[in-house]
Design a protein around this ligand. Structure first.
Ligand code: AHR
Length: 552
């Protein structure tokens, strides 16, 4: 069996499957008698960290070269080499934090290759080169290092995002991690590395707070056992220079339901004393929804589905997979509590999203690129709602990945660009950032459907709510492919008389945006019709909806 761990060692050439697709017809929905959404103002859950709306840019395929970086001399509009349209879109969604340079790439990256004058930087074989095909761009196989720490910092600064750097634990010594921190954070004129930074035009320190200590250390990040990695983590994070800048270390955590990794890692960490927990800001959980085989296989290549060609049952299967994340958050949190009673260590879900087989790339040759559809938007809404419901547990999350890769918010090639349905979900959900999450009860008949001749069901409505002074933001997913869902919306503890609604949907569950048709799936907003403080709202089929209500 080939798993994700082995995938990075093997070719990931996809098979030429033929899939049926169909447009879902609309059907009548369930009435208000059956469906209710009740927001409990008196039951706050905690502040929603803006960082759960974070992003991930790995030096992989078309993410950095072509996606983010076009170069100063490009005819593509750019800001010091960084794609201008991308920066503008990311400002709109208030992108709070960006992770870089990997992913698996991080554990073979020497940060020194990416500093100094661009023309003197070495060309290196990219970690992902063995997955590249003849159609892939040369810069994706052989890293020109034109985009490095300075350019990444510049990218974050242009947007107003916090940088989150992932350090190399597999193939660089701990001293190199300290030196990277020194390069980024030591005060102007204080060290030789601060002078090198100043020579590049950055006299003032970058002040980088978030540092990942390796990535997937159970696999591409060193093939460690949890216990071995814990020893490395202690060593790498001991005595890292601070320069007055608080550092938040993120440990490489479990893949999906690998409870043993969480348990083994923390057990070894506290073996030296419970105070060791204080060196950990977050434990990184990775979760990809990739197995659409409905239980037929657990094989990494075989189990994948197609991004664009799918049936109704595949729609629900993906959403079921997305829904699993809540049990993973709860499960790992319980295990973490065995060693960390105070729960000072938080979860950082720094890779999440659907992962399909190759074949739907907007730019042929871009490895791991796929075209997100309405299905991925609904999946993403469902996932962000899950994070919102656990503000005390999830401190950060990073969608994999930002552009031209997996669950992209944006697709770009040369001067072509589009916002995907996933990007639109991020723009709708930005309103939750920093709000007070409120317990919200969703009551709706389940969706029933046929799963290979057996009856299956999925929840009828779900979502999350947050309060921002006198404004309530409620996001709701209706997963039903063709039924509207009318629900009475109530706020226990307040009344409201005005509001707006924004909906993202399409009559075709396969709908997606392309370079030529950029607006096929895009949000529509309007004022709400609220009669005497009572709201009965009809949620469109296969939709993500945001209600913004002004409380009295
Ligand atoms: O996001 C693509 C890859 O998935 C990352 O490099 C790795 O961390 C994970 O296996």
């Amino acid at each position: 069996m080939i798993g994700r761990r082995e995938f990075i060692r093997h070719s990931m050439a996809g098979a030429g499957y033929v899939w049926l697709s169909r447009v879902a017809p609309f059907a009548a929905g369930a009435g208000t008698d059956e469906s209710r959404i009740e927001v409990l103002l008196g039951e706050p859950l905690g502040t929603i960290s803006p960082n759960i709306y974070g992003h991930f840019t790995e030096n992989l395929g078309g993410v950095i070269y072509d996606g983010v970086w076009v170069g100063e001399k490009s005819r593509v509009p750019n800001l010091n080499g960084i794609r201008k349209e991308l920066v503008e879109e990311m400002r709109k969604i208030k992108a709070p934090v960006i992770r870089y340079p990997g992913g698996c790439f991080a554990d073979s990256y020497d940060w020194r290759d990416g500093i100094g004058p661009a023309e003197k930087r070495p060309r290196r074989t990219n970690f992902w080169a063995q997955e590249e095909t003849a159609a892939g761009s040369t810069s994706h196989k052989y890293d020109p290092n034109h985009f490095g720490t300075n350019e990444f910092f510049q990218f974050c600064k242009l947007i107003g995002s916090q940088p989150y750097l992932a350090a190399n634990v597999r193939s660089l010594p701990a001293a190199e991690f300290y030196h990277w921190v020194e390069y980024c954070n030591s005060p102007a004129g204080s060290t030789t590395l601060a002078d090198v930074r100043a020579a590049a035009g950055y006299a003032e320190p970058f002040g980088i707070r978030y540092w990942g200590v390796g990535n997937e250390s159970w696999g591409c990040g060193g093939n460690f056992t949890a216990q071995e990695y814990a020893v490395e983590f202690r060593r790498y994070t001991a005595w890292v220079p601070r320069y007055g800048q608080p550092l938040s270390f993120i440990a490489s955590g479990p893949n999906d339901d690998k409870w043993d990794w969480t348990r083994g890692f923390l057990e070894e960490i506290v073996r030296k004393g419970p105070e060791e927990l204080r060196s950990i800001y977050g434990l990184a959980l990775h979760y990809y929804a990739w197995n659409l085989s409905r239980g037929r296989t657990r094989e990494w290549v075989e189990g994948k589905g197609d991004a664009l060609k799918f049936e109704t049952v595949d729609w629900y299967e993906l959403l079921r997979q997305g829904d699993v994340l809540e049990s993973l958050i709860n499960g790992h949190w319980l295990v973490m509590g065995e060693f960390d009673r105070e729960h000072s260590v938080k979860l950082v879900v720094d890779e999440w999203g659907p992962w399909y087989r190759p074949g739907s790339e907007a730019t042929p040759g871009d490895i791991l690129e796929q075209t997100p559809t309405l299905r991925d938007a609904v999946f993403s809404g469902l996932t962000l709602d899950t994070f919102n419901r656990h503000p005390e547990k999830v401190a950060m999350a990073n969608c994999a990945q930002l552009i031209n890769c997996l669950n992209s918010l944006y697709l770009a090639h040369e001067d072509k660009f589009c916002v995907t349905p996933v990007g639109h979900v991020f723009s709708m959900y930005a309103a939750h950032q920093g709000g007070q999450a409120l317990r919200t009860i969703f009551t709706a008949p389940a969706v029933n459907y046929d799963r290979d001749g057996k009856p299956a069901s999925f929840w009828g409505l779900n979502g999350s709510a947050s309060l921002h002074d006198k404004e309530l933001v409620l996001t709701v997913v209706n997963p039903h492919v063709n039924a509207t869902r009318e629900a009475r919306v109530g706020i226990r503890g307040a009344s409201f008389k005005s509001g707006t609604v924004t909906t993202l949907t399409n009559s075709d569950i396969h709908a997606h945006n392309t370079f030529d048709q950029r607006e096929v799936v895009s949000p529509r907003s309007k004022a709400l019709d609220i009669q005497r403080g009572d709201l009965a709202y009809t949620f469109a089929p296969s939709s993500v909806t945001k209600l913004t209500l002004s409380l009295e």
